[in-house]
Design a protein around this ligand. Structure first.
Ligand code: SF4
Length: 444
């Protein structure tokens, strides 16, 4: 019996590794000192990142890898020749509590193949979250993958128990979804995402109102307002399973952020699967493509770039794989540089290759009281080799003609691509499906 559970865990944790949408930041604060089991911190202490940037502190499993759908790109599709397993609700609840008490995890990420029907599957997923919260007082992080065709009542209950909900759009274009996952309904996915957005916003407004009432009444008892997925919703797109360019992927991603107020759009490089359909590419896209898309996504969300601006750094609708998208943009817009670190607007400093958003904020704050020299940038751990052609400082002006040199790009190519990738990964921007073993040394 013990071995059987472990075997299931091996199969179902491994099957979950293809889902990139796993990060536990941005939820509300909960503290088990108020009673119950487990705690989260609003600023995301409830997560840890592997060297590749992936959140590893959640028990990330499928309820089952058996599925009645037959999506061509999926290892768990109905026609796939893989070993199948299925947890009972009790087993997942027991594992989550057991691993939590052993300090292996800080929460649960639960997804599933479609068992019988979307409603039946969603009902099982919701039961896990309900039992954890209501029977065991579990206050750790819960991320539930949502089945878009499930009834609105089930989605509503999922949001009451979960910190984050996600629905995968799967592919960047509706035509690709139709061709590769004909049983999925792109419209139903969007409708479900819109429904989640509405409920998330309603809950936030109600929470805000409750907090205002509490302040108006001079504190006292905690304000009670309905909760609904306080860490918001996210989605995932597979990269490289269809012919969509990076431009199409970023356009879709921008539209999703705008329409559904998503917390994150995750990208997952397509992994070739055994006995794959002939319509799928035989090899995986280069990992660096997924990496560049995450960097581009960062530019859209935190650096004031639009998708067309980011794509202007690439060629033929694809991002430059050799250099990061901000450097690629700057190399094609050299007339906008050099930028004076002591006088430039924050928006322009954000466009300087090698200056991250936090560094820019530190520069803007510090230059109020002193003028910046290159040594000051070095103290902020700025890569001077990368930044130097694009900025001026009290003691620095780029050599005449440097910005016009035909070989500037070659001069700025990363000397160590791996080191660059590691840096980006450490910032949580790289999300290759690498699952760490959850049960090494455990006795389950
Ligand atoms: S519905 Fe999900 S689990 Fe089932 S085949 Fe499609 S992608 Fe795979």
């Amino acid at each position: 019996m013990v071995m059987e559970l472990r075997e299931k865990l091996e199969i179902l944790a491994d099957a979950a590794k293809y889902d990139a949408s796993c990060a536990s930041s941005g939820t509300e604060k909960r503290d088990s000192r108020d009673g119950g089991l487990g705690s989260t911190e609003g600023m995301g202490i409830c997560h840890a990142y592997a060297p590749d940037g992936r959140c590893i502190s959640l028990l990330k499993v499928l309820l089952t890898n058996a599925c009645v759908f037959d999506c061509a790109y999926c290892i768990n599709r109905a026609s796939s020749n893989v070993r199948r397993a299925r947890f009972s609700v009790r087993e997942i609840v027991g594992l989550t509590l057991d691993f939590y008490r052993r300090n292996y995890i800080e929460g649960l990420f639960l997804s599933s193949g479609i068992i019988r029907s979307p409603d039946y599957t969603m009902e099982q997923i919701v039961r896990v979250a309900r039992e954890l919260r209501e029977v065991h007082g579990f206050k750790g992080y819960i991320h539930l993958k949502t089945i878009p065709d499930a009834s609105p009542e089930l989605l509503a209950e999922a949001g009451r128990h979960a910190d984050r909900l996600s629905i995968n759009v799967e592919l960047p274009r509706a035509e690709s979804l139709k061709a590769l996952a004909p049983e999925k309904d792109g419209r139903a996915i969007r409708v479900a995402m819109a429904g989640l957005r509405m409920r998330i916003e309603e809950a936030r407004e109600a929470q805000g109102e409750a907090a205002r009432v509490k302040v108006a009444m001079g504190g006292g008892r905690r304000a009670v307002a309905p909760r609904f997925a306080p860490a918001g919703q996210s989605t995932q797109m597979i990269v490289g399973a269809d012919a969509s360019t990076d431009a199409v992927i970023l356009d879709t991603s921008s539209a999703l952020y705008g329409s559904y107020r998503l917390k994150r759009v995750y990208f997952s490089a397509y992994s070739p699967i055994p006995d794959a359909s002939a319509v799928l590419p035989p090899v995986a896209p280069p990992l660096v493509r997924e990496h560049r898309l995450y960097q581009a996504d960062w530019l859209l969300r935190f650096y004031g770039f639009s998708a067309p601006e980011v794509m202007a750094g690439g060629e033929g609708g694809m991002l430059d794989l050799e250099v990061d998208p901000k450097l690629a943009w700057a190399l094609k817009h050299r007339a906008a540089f050099p930028v004076d670190v002591n006088r430039a607007e924050r928006e322009m400093l954000l466009r300087v290759p090698g200056l991250g958003a936090k560094t820019v904020d530190r520069i803007v704050a510090a230059r109020r009281v002193r003028s910046f020299r290159m040594a000051d940038l070095a103290r902020l751990r700025v890569n001077l080799r990368k930044v130097a052609p694009f900025v001026t400082a009290v003691d620095h002006h780029p050599r005449a003609g440097l910005l016009d040199r035909a070989d500037l790009r070659a001069l700025l190519l990363p000397r160590d691509g791996l080191a660059e990738r590691a840096g980006v990964a450490a910032a949580g921007m790289l999300a290759r499906p690498v699952q760490l073993p959850l049960f090494g040394g455990a006795h389950v």
